[in-house]
Design a protein around this ligand. Structure first.
Ligand code: AMP
Length: 582
């Protein structure tokens, strides 16, 4: 039986008042004027910040809670500072279409530089601060970035690969600088606060995010300026943002949620946002909700589960009475987490679904519709979502298959950077194939089943097994590796590696720890394998490809099916023995 929460008595404003009616008649053209145009052109940064300056210049756009200090910025101030940064870039010769990357913790310079880049017409690339030299190199090399903005701490990782990045002309450093580096603070002091914002076309490129697939290195997913239309309208309809709200999006702008709903969508709605620089800490998080009187909160299932683990007594110590709407994205939100939300906040948590590639929310539990616990919700007006089989033919309700979306929509990715083959591989018969498996029920609610590929989602972060395997085989003790996502009650999945050691090496706890550190430092702090099994060999096809699907089945204890086509079926029993001993 499906468990349903009807929310009439709860403190949620029913935005998107009549979902069914709106869904039937909505056309994207209707919301075109929610943003401001320069005739037929628009600029996402202008829409996020500058257009509010006249009427709401003194309104706080950003409350920044740093590790040891706090700052606040009005819309006027953000407009002025991002103009300055646009001037800094222009002086360095940056032009429309150039790639400018940001590798910073969640500090104000990240938000200012992102807006400044968009104002010049250049393409902003963001990188999560946990990346190591390999992760940084893959992204900067592939994008051919000309400028990187980083800080005096993170730059050390960039210098390890600096000479492999011939296209990277300038390093702008927040904090102490050396030699040829450019000081963010000094340049900002000198720069003019006036800037003529580039009048970009709706389909001009605005920002790019590298994301992982099953195979190969991460790919650059590129988004256009008009994506702000969808980000604006979903921030209103799904996140239910209203003028008086104080909003906290816990995502980092290194990931798409932190860009679309940590920068563009909420600010486009003239919303006051809170940014917390630090990492997850249950007490700190509750204290932020209290201190800033957060009313709308956008977070992720792993964070919610971590708060649950911190106990039901803790939230009682804080005044959370301003909180009126909670949303979650990034991984399946288990019904238990929603029930917990009801218990401790007297609010349900609204799950919604989208991806780096979709640029904005596509499926959601809207404030105005009942929540079916465990479902991602219903498609956004203007979005046709279906379930198709592997041939691209639509499947009826209740049947599991590939979640697909009728293309295009305003915030749809426009390119996989310099990789048309990969871009085209997403589409079948005019359907955009999401890579997720799902089904839809009789009421048009969509239910997530899993990934159709080997992508790993750990604590909401997307990791490609190939990247981790590549980092592992760079370790001197390792011959080959197979990496999968292992279900985990807290993080959704953890990265699990099966590795084959070179002849002279023996498995040990010390070696395991050393390998974990190696991947953490080289690739990324969040992408290292939390579990390693040392095996003699990995299941392979006759053409020599590691069959990750079997490794996953072994972990889950599932039926393996026919393994006779493997090049080395005998390895299976041996891997089972290793797993039994662990
Ligand atoms: P990313 O591109 O990193 O945002 O990851 C997108 C992927 O995260 C999707 O393809 C899904 O596999 C997963 N995902 C996002 N939101 C949800 C959700 N609400 N429920 C289940 N999985 C989700």
């Amino acid at each position: 039986m499906q468990e349903i929460i009807k929310k009439k008595s709860l403190k949620i404003e029913p935005n998107l008042k009549n979902y069914d009616e709106m869904y039937k008649k909505f056309k994207w053209g209707e919301v075109k004027d929610e943003i401001e145009w320069f005739d037929t052109k628009l600029n996402a940064a202008y829409n996020a910040v500058d257009r509010h300056v006249k009427k709401h210049g003194n309104k706080i756009a950003l409350y920044w809670e740093g590790e040891n200090k706090t700052e606040k910025y009005t819309f006027s101030k953000l407009s002025e500072l991002s103009n300055k940064f646009a001037n800094v870039l222009t002086r360095l010769g940056i032009k429309k279409g150039d790639r400018v990357f940001i590798f910073l913790p969640r500090i104000p310079a990240l938000y200012i530089s992102f807006l400044g880049i968009l104002k010049t017409g250049a393409i902003a690339g963001t990188m999560f601060a946990a990346f190591g030299p390999q992760g940084i190199k893959d992204r900067l090399q592939d994008s051919g970035a000309k400028v990187l903005i980083t800080d005096s701490e993170l730059k050390k990782r960039v210098y390890e690969i600096r000479n492999e990045l011939p296209k990277l002309k300038h390093l702008i450093i927040v904090g102490e600088t050396e030699k040829e580096e450019i000081s963010y603070e000094e340049e900002m002091k000198k720069a003019s606060p006036e800037f003529e914002i580039e009048k970009t076309s709706p389909k001009d490129y605005a920002f790019m995010l590298y994301t992982s697939g099953t195979t190969g290195k991460p790919k650059g997913v590129v988004h256009v300026h008009q994506s702000i239309i969808q980000e604006h309208i979903t921030a209103k309809w799904v996140l239910d943002l209203h003028e008086d709200d104080i909003y906290w999006c816990t995502a980092d702008p290194g990931w798409v949620t932190g860009v679309a709903y940590g920068i563009l969508g909420p600010w486009s709605n003239t919303i006051t946002s809170v940014v917390f620089e630090g990492r997850f800490d249950a007490e700190k998080w509750y204290s932020i909700l209290e201190k800033y009187k957060i009313s709308v909160w956008y977070t992720a299932p792993t964070a919610i589960r971590m708060l649950m683990a911190a106990g039901d007594e803790l939230p009682k110590k804080y005044d959370l009475s301003n909180l009126r709407h909670i949303c979650s994205v990034g991984e399946p939100l288990n019904p238990e987490a929603i029930r917990w939300g009801m218990k401790v906040f007297n609010l349900p948590i609204h799950d919604n679904w989208w991806q780096t590639e979709t640029g904005g929310i596509l499926i959601a539990n809207y404030p105005s519709i009942p929540i079916k616990l465990g479902s991602m919700g219903k498609p956004l007006p203007g979005i046709k979502a279906v379930i198709v089989n592997n041939q691209g033919n639509e499947l009826p309700e209740g049947k599991e298959g590939n979640l697909a979306i009728k293309s295009p929509w305003p915030s749809m990715m426009c390119e996989i950077w310099k990789n048309p083959k990969k871009y085209n591989s997403y589409f079948k018969k005019n359907w955009y194939i999401t890579g997720d498996l799902a089904f839809k029920d009789k009421d048009d609610y969509f239910w997530f089943v899993g990934r159709a590929d080997d992508i790993i989602k750990t604590a909401g972060e997307r990791i490609g097994p190939f990247e981790v395997e590549s980092a592992l085989v760079d370790h001197p003790a390792i011959v080959e590796a197979g990496v999968i996502g292992k279900p985990d009650p807290m993080r959704g999945e953890i990265v699990k590696a099966f590795v084959v050691l070179k002849k002279d090496y023996k498995p040990s706890k010390e070696l395991e720890e050393e390998i974990k550190e190696f991947v953490k430092k080289r690739l990324a702090g969040h992408a290292y394998p939390r579990e390693i099994s040392f095996v003699e060999s990995l299941p392979k096809t006759r053409s020599g490809k590691v069959v990750r699907r079997l490794l996953k089945k072994l972990i889950l204890g599932e039926e393996l099916g026919d393994i006779s086509t493997l090049a080395n079926p005998e390895c299976i029993e041996k891997i089972k023995q290793v797993l039994q001993k662990q």
